[in-house]
Design a protein around this ligand. Structure first.
Ligand code: FE
Length: 204
């Protein structure tokens, strides 16, 4: 099988937010899909290693903010390349530029670099091993701008920083651009920046 075939699948990009106790958290996903319109149901699939995953499993609710095509790399690094288990993603000065607001369900959504948000209430969970798929009914939503949505392809082509000085030999993370220097990439290697595995690296 040519595993690169899956790179031809087109995706959007979204900030997924949840809350538990007095902590708000968020991460980046590319897995929001509308499944039905009556009732209005969506699915999201979330890595079990993410704090946001545990919050949704516990509370049964989330918001998704649809990232638009004006979003800078900073938004992706803030929400996607650090863990809420060790970093504060909200309530800090560097989070204000994303204009976090609360929706009616008490969860944060982003008003900056987004064109819509939706609130979901989980109605079913499917265990997929490394990830959980949550099926949810939408309880709220609003259009925030007319900007086109960011796509996974545009993120890779235009937003992600280009490697500056390619090493003589090494591997580059196709997700975030991190470079591993060395002849052989260990098969169990995990990107220290975005936590994707060796299969998401390519030889320089
Ligand atoms: Fe990476």
């Amino acid at each position: 099988m040519n595993k690169s075939a899956v790179y031809s699948i087109s995706y959007g990009l979204f900030v997924l937010t949840a809350s538990q106790g007095d902590k708000d958290n968020g991460c980046i996903i590319n897995t929001l899909i509308q499944q039905t319109s009556t009732p209005m149901q969506v699915s999201i699939t979330v890595n079990k290693a993410n704090l946001t995953h545990d919050m949704i499993k516990e509370t049964g609710k989330f918001n998704v903010s649809v990232i638009d095509d004006t979003a800078p790399f900073e938004l992706f690094s803030h929400f996607g390349m650090q863990s809420g288990k060790t970093a504060q993603k909200f309530g800090t000065p560097d989070s204000y530029k994303f204009m976090p607001h609360y929706s009616e369900n008490g969860l944060i959504y982003l008003k900056a670099y987004t064109n819509a948000f939706m609130s979901g209430k989980v109605v079913r969970e499917i265990d997929l091993g490394t990830h959980t798929m949550f099926i949810a009914e939408l309880t709220d939503g609003e259009v925030l701008s007319k900007n086109p949505s960011m796509t996974y392809a545009k993120y890779h082509a235009e937003v992600k920083p280009k490697p500056k000085k390619p090493a003589k030999s090494g591997y580059v993370c196709k997700i975030c651009g991190y470079i591993y220097e060395g002849e052989e990439l260990p098969s169990d290697f995990v990107c220290p920046v975005c936590k994707h595995g060796a299969s998401d690296f390519e030889k320089l």
